[in-house]
Design a protein around this ligand. Structure first.
Ligand code: MN
Ligand code: MN
Length: 474
C-alpha cells in the first residue's frame, strides 16, 4: 500500500484527540479570555452554596425570570422563564417549551457546594493565650492543604430573635483573615516521620486562630471572652448563636490567572462552580424553543447528595410538577413520571485531569487531560464501576453527535485507574427517574484543593458544549 493511502486510512480510522487551542481562531481565543474574566468574578462572588445560589438567581432575574412559586400563587399565566430557589442553597431554572409531559426537558445538573471547613456549633475556645475556633471539615479534603494559609469566613447566622445575619470576613483588602497553624519542619521529624498522612493530620486539629487579646486581667477564659466580645461588638452575636449558624472557612484568595500565557485559572471551588457557571451562561444564552430546558444547581453533592437540598431530595420532582402546573398540563403522577422519564440530562461535574507529577494514578489512554476540551465520563464509581451511573451507548452516541455537529472539542475521561479509587456525581440520583444521564464537564488539576486548576479553553468549550445540548430539540 502506498504512503498516501495509509495516511488516508489513518485519518479516517484513528480517533483524533485535538487540543482546544489548536482549533480556535484568533477571535475565538479572545472570546475564551473574555468569558473567563466573567467566570473568575463569579467564583469570587460565590464561595459558598448560598452565595452561588444568590448569584444565579440575580443573573436569572436580570434576564426576566420570575419566581415560579410567586407566579403560581398569583395565578399568573403564560410565563415561560421561571426559577425556584429552595432553602437558599438549591436552585432550578427553566425555559418552558411545549408538551413537557410528552417530550421531557433538556436538563443540566451541577452542584454549588464545595469542600471546606465548617465551624462547629460550639466553636469558640482558648488555648495558650490564643482565641480559637473548632471546625468540622465538609467533603473530601486533604487536611494539610488547609494549614498555614489565609482563610475567610462566610456564612449565615440565625440569632435567638430570629434575625438573620450574613457575614463575609476576609475577602476585602482591609479585612482580617483566619488561619490554621502548621508544625515547623525543624520539629516535625519525630512526630510525623513514622506516621502515615491520615494520622499526621487530624480533623480535630483543624482549629482556626481568631484572636489573642484577652478581656479583663484575671477572668477565667479571658481570651475566649475577648473573641466573644469582638463578635458581639461587630456582629451582635453571642456564643449560643453559633448553634443556629452555617459558617464556612474558605480560602480568601481570589481566582487568578496561572501561567505566563494566562491560559489557566487557579481558584477555590471550581468543583463544581465551573459547571454551575458554564451551564448558567449556556442556559441564559438559550432562546425559548420547542423543548423545555432546565438548569439545576444542587447542594450537598460533596457529602453524598444527602438532605433536603441535595440531588437525592424531591426537589426536581417538585419543580417539574410546578412546571406542568404553570404550563397548564396535567399534573397527575403519571404525567410527572413521563416528564421525568422523557428528559435528557447532562450531569455537569468535573473530572480529574492527568497530573504530570502523579501520572501513575491514571490510565493514560482513558484519562482526561487539561486543554483537550469538555470531558465525557460514561461512568463513574469505584473499582468495577461500583456505585456508578453508566450512560447508555445510545445516549453517549447522541451527545457525541451533538458535540461533533457543533464543532465542540471533547474528550473522554475516567476517574483514575480501576483499582486506584474513584468517585461519584449527582448522575445516579437523576438516572433513577429513568431519564438518560451522562457525566460531562471540564477536567481539573489539584481537584478538591484550595487552588484548583482549570484550562480557560476547556471552560469555554464546556460552555459551548452545554449550549449545543440545550439547543437540541429532539
Ligand atoms: Mn463535583
Ligand atoms: Mn467534588
Amino acid at each position: 500500500m502506498d504512503k498516501a493511502r495509509i495516511k488516508k486510512i489513518k485519518e479516517t480510522l484513528v480517533k483524533k484527540r485535538p487540543l482546544v487551542i489548536d482549533k480556535l481562531s484568533k477571535e475565538d481565543k479572545e472570546q475564551v479570555f473574555e468569558f473567563c474574566e466573567k467566570y473568575k468574578s463569579f467564583l469570587d462572588q460565590s464561595k459558598t452554596e448560598r452565595e452561588a445560589a444568590r448569584q444565579i438567581i440575580d443573573a436569572a432575574k436580570q434576564k426576566g425570570f420570575v419566581d415560579i412559586d410567586t407566579a403560581l400563587a398569583g395565578k399568573t399565566k403564560n410565563i415561560k422563564k421561571v426559577y425556584k430557589i429552595f432553602q437558599g442553597r438549591c436552585v432550578a431554572l427553566a425555559i418552558l417549551g411545549k408538551k413537557l409531559s410528552q417530550r421531557g426537558a433538556n436538563i443540566i445538573a451541577s452542584h454549588i457546594d464545595s469542600p471546606r471547613l465548617d465551624l462547629k456549633q460550639n466553636p469558640v475556645y482558648e488555648d495558650l493565650s490564643l482565641g480559637l475556633m473548632k471546625t468540622h471539615y465538609y467533603g473530601g479534603i486533604r487536611k494539610y492543604h488547609w494549614l498555614a494559609m489565609p482563610l475567610a469566613l462566610h456564612g449565615t447566622i440565625i440569632k435567638s430573635n430570629n434575625e438573620r445575619i450574613d457575614i463575609t470576613i476576609g475577602e476585602h483588602p482591609g479585612d482580617p483573615v483566619f488561619t490554621i497553624t502548621d508544625l515547623l519542619p525543624h520539629l516535625a521529624g519525630k512526630i510525623q516521620s513514622n506516621k502515615n498522612i491520615s494520622e499526621v493530620f487530624e480533623g480535630e486539629k483543624l482549629n482556626l486562630i481568631v484572636g489573642s487579646i484577652p478581656l479583663g486581667d484575671d477572668e477565667k477564659d479571658r481570651f475566649k471572652l475577648g473573641v466573644l466580645n469582638c463578635l458581639f461588638d461587630q456582629y451582635g452575636i453571642t456564643e449560643e448563636d453559633f448553634v443556629s449558624a452555617e459558617i464556612e472557612a474558605v480560602p480568601s484568595e481570589k481566582a487568578r490567572d496561572v501561567g505566563f500565557d494566562r491560559s489557566l485559572i487557579g481558584a477555590y471551588g471550581q468543583d463544581d462552580r465551573v459547571c454551575a457557571f458554564t451551564s448558567l451562561e449556556a442556559f441564559l444564552d438559550s432562546e425559548p424553543s420547542e423543548k423545555t430546558i432546565m438548569a439545576l444547581f444542587f447542594d450537598k453533592e460533596e457529602i453524598g447528595s444527602e438532605g433536603s437540598s441535595g440531588a437525592k431530595s424531591n426537589f426536581l420532582e417538585d419543580f417539574m410538577s410546578d412546571l406542568l402546573l404553570i404550563s397548564g398540563e396535567d399534573t397527575g403522577n403519571r404525567s410527572l413520571r413521563k416528564a421525568l422519564i422523557h428528559s435528557s440530562c447532562l450531569s455537569a461535574d468535573v473530572n480529574a485531569a492527568m497530573d504530570p507529577d502523579f501520572k501513575d494514578v491514571h490510565e493514560a489512554m482513558n484519562a482526561a487531560k487539561l486543554g483537550f476540551g469538555i470531558c465525557i465520563t460514561k461512568f463513574t464509581g469505584v473499582g468495577g464501576k461500583s456505585g456508578a451511573s453508566d450512560a447508555s451507548s445510545e445516549f453517549v452516541g447522541k451527545i457525541r453527535q451533538i458535540f461533533n455537529h457543533h464543532h465542540i472539542v471533547w474528550q473522554t475521561g475516567e476517574l483514575g485507574k480501576i483499582d486506584q479509587g474513584g468517585g461519584g456525581t449527582v448522575a445516579k440520583f437523576l438516572a433513577k427517574f429513568g431519564m438518560n444521564v451522562l457525566d460531562c464537564g471540564p477536567a481539573l488539576l489539584s481537584m478538591h484543593s484550595p487552588f484548583e486548576i482549570s484550562s480557560k479553553a476547556d471552560v469555554y468549550m464546556t460552555y459551548l458544549g452545554y449550549k449545543a445540548f440545550y439547543k437540541n430539540n429532539d
